[in-house]
Design a binder for this molecule. Structure first.
Ligand SMILES: NC(=O)c1ccc[n+]([C@@H]2O[C@H](COP(=O)([O-])OP(=O)(O)OC[C@H]3O[C@@H](n4cnc5c(N)ncnc54)[C@H](OP(=O)(O)O)[C@@H]3O)[C@@H](O)[C@H]2O)c1
Length: 251
């Protein structure tokens, strides 16, 4: 049975990855901070899909949390999904710098270190994959969140190139707005976002798995977001930034 380790596996996109990979017959290692919720979700997946599902409680913005997950990855996994992430409820200079550092740790340092822990074993075995969950925001200058996601896309592209021909794939997944707990946790008012721009987490994961099988390095689920990313490249960045600042204001 192949094994997948998913970070941020209890909610939203991570939980959807867990359902999909369990249905595909993967044994799972599920990472998040909320122990009761993680244990309950692991139990639900075991019962529903008859697969192994091990909870691994870890705060990936902490040294101890990253070390615990690195150690598990050292035992070998077939697929790593670096998914855990969060949004900040305001512009740079409006939020405490410690929260900015936490975001850098979770979105960049943890992604770097967990990839570093997983990839050598995959390369030795000549198979495996890493999916790094970035965002459409990576293609626009919109605060430090988009800066961290731009790093994830850039990092994933360079790792994919380095590993080309080894049988190991690295892909950045760049969703647009997805119905999850993400915006609510950050206290953001998303009411200005039109309904047609919202995707379901299950759809995002379905397209991600298809793109991974196709060998894509960047996956942007849905035609509408592919068009938005393409159009965004033609429009001056300061205009895009001005428009996008009107969306996702603190409630
Ligand atoms: N929703 C969107 O519109 C959207 C769009 C583009 C990209 N994304 C990206 O998609 C990824 C998943 O987001 P989501 O929308 O699914 O969010 P979500 O519903 O809020 O789920 C976040 C998950 O990450 C875990 N998590 C948060 N901080 C963590 C930490 N320090 N250590 C370990 N686990 C942590 C949470 O569990 P615990 O709280 O128990 O730790 C939860 O399982 C993120 O990287 C996000 O940036 C989201």
């Amino acid at each position: 049975m192949p094994t997948a380790l998913i970070t941020g596996a209890t909610a939203g996109i991570g939980a959807a990855f867990a359902r999909r990979l369990a249905a595909d017959g993967f044994g799972l290692v599920l990472v998040a901070r909320d122990e009761p919720r993680l244990t309950a979700y692991a139990e639900e997946l075991r019962t529903r899909y008859g697969v192994r599902a091990d909870p691994l409680v870890a705060d990936l913005a902490s040294e101890a949390g990253v070390k615990a997950v690195e150690a598990r990855l050292g035992d070998g996994v077939d697929l790593l999904v670096n998914n855990a992430g969060f949004a900040l409820p305001g512009d740079f200079l409006q939020v405490p710098v410690s929260d900015e550092v936490t975001m850098l740790r979770l979105h960049c340092e943890a992604v770097l270190r967990l990839s570093y822990a997983a990839l050598p074993g995959m390369r030795e075995r000549g198979r495996g994959a890493v999916i790094n969950v970035a965002s459409v925001a990576a293609f626009f200058s919109r605060g430090t969140y988009s800066a961290t996601k731009a790093w994830v896309v850039n990092f994933s592209g360079s790792a994919a190139t380095e590993l080309a021909g080894t049988g190991v794939r690295v892909m950045a997944l760049c969703p647009g707005f997805v119905h999850t707990e993400f915006h609510q946790r950050a206290g953001l008012d998303m009411s200005p976002v039109p309904r047609f721009l919202w995707l379901s987490a299950d759809r995002v994961v379905k397209e991600a798995m298809r793109d991974l099988a196709l060998g894509k390095v960047i996956s942007v689920p849905s035609l509408r977001y592919k068009a938005i990313v393409a159009a965004g490249r033609l429009v001056p960045q300061n205009l895009v930034t001005t428009i996008s600042r009107k969306i996702g204001k603190r409630r």
